[in-house]
Write a protein that binds this ligand. Structure first.
Ligand SMILES: O=P(O)(O)OC[C@H]1O[C@](O)(CO)[C@@H](O)[C@@H]1O
Length: 501
């Protein structure tokens, strides 16, 4: 086990002995994991395909920790924006920042997608017991049904929109932002936009073009990747919900994990060991997927956030130098909260034809008034990992069924009830869900993802794989408008059929 920042990581149910652990650590040394960690924290341009530093860790560093990168003290920049966010969040929460009609804002809508949505939404939902500000809603999908479902609950005169987009050109976000602006101006007139819209972006020019002034813009920087951006001004809606103090406690949890990651020898370094176990399961034992089962209803959106973090970062097929990978990179990551998953896909985990390693995450103390149910939740989490490990032999099944079945009937019944066992899992205990421990948990997985990229020698911080589909969507839309564009026959036929509905 390894314990860090209030998280207790038990990997005793992983198929790893001392020799394997030593070999994995030798691999980490061969890949220069320590050197890469130092390079990331120092602000080197390790995102080489975009020539950018990778400094989400600076977003949660204390004010006193100066870090000069490319001639700029990034800690000063970070705290200047954090202070502006705190002042703004408090003014919305206290009702001193008013709407165009002089009313307080009862509702805030964050419009953003990918990293500009998944992180803040997940943290907001997980820490819902710690929120005491206006109601915060999140709209991501270009499917207008999502925007409509939110807007129909709201009063224009009491609604603040935060348009969150690193690039401020993302199709979905701009479509939703434009629609929200129309909804607002129909009710309150064009002048309301200045009171009701703020922006979070790295692209001041695009924000200005949309009609949001610099005063209402909260910046971040190109050294913050989209899927690592929740700690920046992208968390503004979250800060309005939580208040600046709890937001800081959450940053502190992440900062504690950063310090652990940066300073702890590899053998007892939690993100490093998690990544090594993942490589063991993926590349040596052949696991094609990784399951994450959080035993806490509040963590319902954790896997969605993690999917972008891991699969957008490490879903690559080439090394840093562009040569093809000789081994697989990220497994598909999926899961659901316990105990719900037990009644859905756990059958396959226990008896399916392939092995899928599981990370069990268990906040032990509930934050609800039903202690008996919390006991059941904890018991179920521990029981599932034990069952995966132990399995059940044919002899054990026979013993159990004796008296119920005899002879041929008994033998026919046995194979269906056998569990192979030896199915790997790790269990991560935390005392409870609170801002500090959630911050530490998220930073843990961020660093695990980074270490995996080092072990696979890939760039975890670009995402060229999302570009092609985005471009083709533009072509398809042109075709929908009757413009002469070239579509492959399959897509052209689908479009033809779709146009008949
Ligand atoms: O914040 P933006 O620029 O709107 O981008 C949203 C998301 O789109 C992506 O670029 C691609 O999915 C993500 O990396 C990013 O989080």
């Amino acid at each position: 086990m390894i314990e860090a920042c209030g998280l207790y990581f038990d990997y005793s149910k992983q198929p790893v002995d001392q020799a394997v652990a030593d070999a994995l650590l030798a691999l980490a040394n061969e890949r220069d994991v320590s050197g890469w960690i130092a390079r990331m924290f120092a602000g080197e341009h390790i995102n080489h395909t975009e020539n950018r530093a990778v400094l989400h860790t600076a977003l949660r560093a204390p004010r006193s920790e100066a870090l000069v990168v490319d001639g700029q003290n990034v800690t000063d920049d970070v705290h200047r924006v954090l202070d502006r966010m705190a002042a703004f969040a408090e003014s919305v929460r206290q009702g001193t920042y008013r709407s165009a009609t002089g009313e307080t804002f009862t509702d805030v809508v964050n419009i953003g997608i990918g990293g500009s949505d998944l992180g803040p939404r997940m943290v907001n939902e997980t820490l819902i017991d710690f929120t005491d500000g206006p109601n915060v809603h999140y709209v991501a999908n270009v499917d207008g049904a999502q925007l409509e479902a939110v807007l129909k609950m709201l009063e224009p005169a009491q609604t603040l929109f935060i348009v969150t987009s690193k690039t401020f050109t993302t199709l979905e976000t701009m479509a939703n932002a434009n629609a929200a602006r129309r909804w607002l101006t129909v009710a309150l007139g064009d002048n309301a936009v200045a009171h009701h819209f703020v922006a979070v972006s790295t692209h001041a020019e695009e924000v200005r073009r949309f009609g949001i002034s610099a005063d209402c813009t909260f910046e971040f920087w190109d050294w913050v990747g989209g899927r690592y951006s929740v700690w920046s001004a992208v968390g503004l809606a979250l800060m309005i919900a939580l208040g600046p103090e709890r937001f800081r406690a959450w940053l502190n949890g992440a900062n504690a994990m950063d310090r652990h990651f940066r300073t702890t020898p590899l053998r007892s370094n939690l993100p490093v060991m998690m990544a090594l176990l993942a490589v063991w399961n993926r590349n040596f034992l052949g696991a094609a997927t990784q399951v994450v089962a959080a035993y806490a209803q509040k963590l319902e959106r954790f896997v969605a956030w993690l999917q972008q973090l891991e699969m957008e970062s490490n879903g690559k097929s080439v090394h840093r130098d562009g040569s093809a990978l000789q081994a697989h990179s990220t497994p598909a990551l999926w899961g659901d909260v316990g105990t719900n998953g037990q009644h859905a896909f756990f059958q396959m985990l226990h008896q399916g034809s392939e092995v899928h390693p599981v990370d069990f995450i268990l906040p032990v103390l509930g934050t609800h008034p039903w202690p008996e149910q919390q006991r059941m939740l904890v018991a179920n989490c521990l029981a599932q990992s034990a069952a995966l490990m132990r399995g059940k032999t044919a002899d054990e099944v026979r013993q159990e069924l004796r008296g119920q079945f005899e002879g041929e009937a008994l033998e026919a019944a046995v194979p269906h009830r056998v569990f192979p066992g030896n199915r790997p899992s790790s269990t991560l205990l935390m005392p409870q869900i609170d801002p500090y421990h959630l911050g530490a948990l998220m930073a843990l997985y961020e660093h695990r993802t980074f270490v995996l990229s080092i072990l696979w020698d890939i760039n975890a911080f670009d995402q060229w794989g999302v570009e092609l589909g985005k471009k083709l969507a533009q072509t398809v839309m042109k075709a929908m408008d009757g413009k002469p564009v070239e579509l492959d026959p399959s897509t052209a036929e689908l479009l033809k059929k779709a146009s008949t509905y």
